[in-house]
Every structure is written in C-alpha cells, then in structure tokens.
Ligand binder design. Structure first.
Ligand SMILES: C=C(O[C@@H]1C=C(C(=O)O)C=C[C@H]1O)C(=O)O
Length: 401
C-alpha cells in the first residue's frame, strides 16, 4: 500500500471538500481530518477482544505501508478511522483506512493519498437535503425510559451499584436519503467546541474527548453532570452555578473522573486531574467538565489508551461490570456504536477519540438517534427524561435544518 502526504494550499472549510455522502470526519473548531474512499476495512465481530483484534490489523495494514510523508505531523501519513460498539456483545465495530485524507493542524494543510486515489477523487455527489423528517411516536419510548430510570434508582438505593448511565433511542425517517455532509456542516457550525465526527454511518458532534495522544502527551475531557440552558443570561448563570453546587451532579462527575484516572494511571508517568470541575456551556446543555492531561510512561498507542478507558463511568457506570449488566437489562435495546469510542489513529499511534454521544446511526432514509443520562440514587425520572430530550435536540435540529 503506497501512501503519500503532501502539503496543499489551505482549502478553507474542510467539510465542503467532501465528494461523497458517507465520508469520514473528525473536526474540532474547524481543524482536523476529513476523508473518503476505502483502501482497507475491518469489520469486527462482537467480543471483549475487539480492540486487540483492531490493533493487530492496524499493525499489519499501517505497519506494512510504503509511506512517503512530507508533512510529519500527527494525522499525516496513513490514518484509520474507527468506531467501536459500546457493549462487547454487539456487532458493528469497524476500522477503515480511507483513500484520500484532507487535514489541517497548526495552520498547515495537507492531503494524503493511499494507493491509487484517482477513482475516489472522480466521483462527486451533489449535496441533497434530507427534506421532511418523520419522527417515530415518542410517547412509548419516553415512558419506557422513565420506568428504566425509576428501576435503576431502586437498584442504586439497594446498594447494587453507585451510578448507571441509561440511554434511549429515537427513530426518524427522512423524505430523501440522508447525506452525512449536511449533518456535519450543521453540527460543526453550531457546535464548534464539540468533535464533529462521521465514521461508516455514525454521525454526531460529541463534547466528550475520550483521549488524545500526541507523541507522549495524553489528554482527556471528562464530562458528567448536566443542566439545561437558561432563557436569559441570568437564568443561564443561575443554572450553571446550581450545577456546580449540586451534590448529586458533583458525585456523578467524580465517578466519571475516577474511572478515567484508574484507567490512565498505570499507563502514564504523570497524570494531572483537576480537583474541581469547570463548566462547559454548549448551545443545548451545560456540563461539569474535567480536563485531564498527562505524559505516557511507555509506547502505548492511542488505541491502547482507548481499550484501557472504555467504558468510562461517563457512559456506563460504577462498578463498570454491574452497570453494564444493568444497562443490558434496563434499556431493552442494543446501543450499537452509540457511547462507544469513535476517532482516528495514525501509523505513529497518535490520534484522537471521542465518546460517540449526540449522534445518530444513518442508513439510507433512516436515522436512529441516542441520548443518555447518568442515574444516581436521587435521580428523578422526569428530570432525566428532560435531560435526554435536550441532548437529542442537537441531532434532531441537524436533521431538520
Ligand atoms: C450519555 C450521554 O452523555 C453523558 C452523560 C452526561 C450526564 O449524565 O450528565 C453528561 C455527559 C456525557 O458524559 C449522552 O449524551 O447521551
């Protein structure tokens, strides 16, 4: 596999350069990587070993490439985009090495081609709006979600577990086939501080950085604890202050931070975890956020870190195995790749992976949206449902225009 990366003149908005309706993307504040075509693909069966199998495949495919990299930055040379299922029992984890990658970082822009990229560049599909969107009747789903939350609260009060994250889905059907590029454009414009991603049908804009690996540096942004936005600046600030002072949200947040600390400590020589969370204000919700940073102890790749971190208590719970079982029992659905790791890795082992939140699985005219909330002993089913609805809003609006 011959791979070549060269600097190119800055093309402006990377997302407008995508020629196909189901591209690969990872965009944060306008920078990042977009890609299309398929030089190699690995679809993984269910299994706890899906990260290990992915690693072996990557070693072979990226390690065996004949690389002419004139750029030498994280993300230059060959890159694989990937997304993994939340639950090891689910099918659908996937890794793809695209044929063409266009990227920008630190003011430099480059293009990578893998193998013969001629064909991949010739097909330009015009953008098509999804048109009218029909939503599935939501009442049943909402009722089921509230019941699941009430049940989880009982289990937490009975000391079976400390925290569990429960999610729901929402199905939609569009008049026309859904073009991921339209969703990506809308999401990246509205949520520039989120990581707007697309990988093999999974599209979204997540605020939660599972892990970034740049040389020996490692970073993560842990989120847990949520409130709505206010109608006025005063109400907004009051809601934010109440979130910062909420004992329930603070302990919900601590579970998530501690799960990240426990996963990264053995792999790092230094790990800085803030003592207090900060507030992350997004257009639809506000979160408690803890930016974690550290220095790797050895040569772990970003995929090694992903394997160690997933599932964090931000999307599963504590203890993790008990929470995973509770999720299987209470949600009554397969999360698929929602709340799993999504991102990219290069041949050096650098990369960025988010937790696939605020996302939808797109298949032709159909979309399946997901959102979840951390449940604690004092959670209220109605409040958690309202929080999940606010989180769904990002993708609902992206579909509707
Ligand atoms: C599970 C989701 O979000 C997670 C749960 C949060 C919470 O319960 O407060 C906050 C951020 C995320 O870690 C989701 O968006 O679906």
């Amino acid at each position: 596999m011959a791979v070549r990366s060269v600097e190119v003149p800055d093309p402006g908005d990377l997302l407008t350069r995508l020629p196909v309706p189901s591209p690969y993307a990872w965009i944060h504040r306008g920078d990042g990587l977009v890609a299309w075509g398929e030089a190699a693909r690995l679809t993984l069966p269910p299994g706890e070993d899906r990260f290990e199998r992915a690693r072996r495949w990557l070693d072979r495919v990226l390690g065996g490439a004949d690389i002419d990299d004139r750029v030498g930055l994280p993300g230059s040379g060959p890159v694989a985009f990937g997304s993994f299922t939340f639950d090891p029992r689910s099918a659908g984890s996937v890794l793809v090495v695209p044929r063409v990658i266009l990227a920008r970082r630190d003011g430099r822009t480059w293009c990578t081609t893998v193998g013969d990229a001629q064909d991949a560049a010739r097909l330009v599909h015009p953008l098509l709006d999804p048109g009218a969107v029909r939503w599935d009747d939501d009442a049943d789903c909402a009722r089921h979600y509230e019941q699941a939350v009430a049940q989880a609260v009982q289990e937490i009060r009975a000391d079976k577990l400390g925290k569990v994250v429960l999610a729901r889905d929402l199905r939609a059907r569009a008049e026309h086939p859904i073009d991921a590029r339209i969703l990506l454009n809308r999401l990246s414009t509205r949520y520039p501080e989120c990581y707007t991603f697309s990988c093999a049908g999974l599209v979204g804009a997540t605020p939660e950085l599972l892990v970034r690996h740049t040389g020996q540096a490692v970073e993560s942004l842990v989120l847990a604890g949520t409130t709505r936005r206010g109608a006025t600046p005063e109400e907004d600030a009051a809601l934010g202050a109440a979130l910062m002072n909420s004992a329930k949200d603070r302990s919900e947040h601590v579970y998530a931070v501690e799960s990240v600390r426990a996963a990264l400590t053995p792999l790092t020589r230094r790990l800085d975890v803030p003592e207090e969370p900060e507030l992350l204000v997004l257009p639809n919700v506000q979160h408690l956020a803890s930016p974690v940073s550290g220095e790797l102890a050895d040569g772990s790749s970003v995929l090694d870190l992903v394997a160690a971190l997933h599932p964090t208590a931000a999307v599963c719970g504590t203890p993790s195995d008990v929470a995973m079982e509770a999720i299987r029992g209470l949600e009554g659905m397969d999360r698929g790749r929602y709340a799993g790791p999504v991102g990219w890795i290069d041949a050096r082992g650098d990369g960025e992976w988010g937790i696939a939140l605020r996302s939808a699985e797109i298949d032709g005219h159909d979309a399946r949206l997901f959102a979840g909330c951390g449940i604690m002993a004092d959670s209220s089913p109605a409040a958690e449902l309202a929080e999940a609805q606010a989180k769904l809003r990002a993708m609902q609006d992206a579909l509707e225009g």
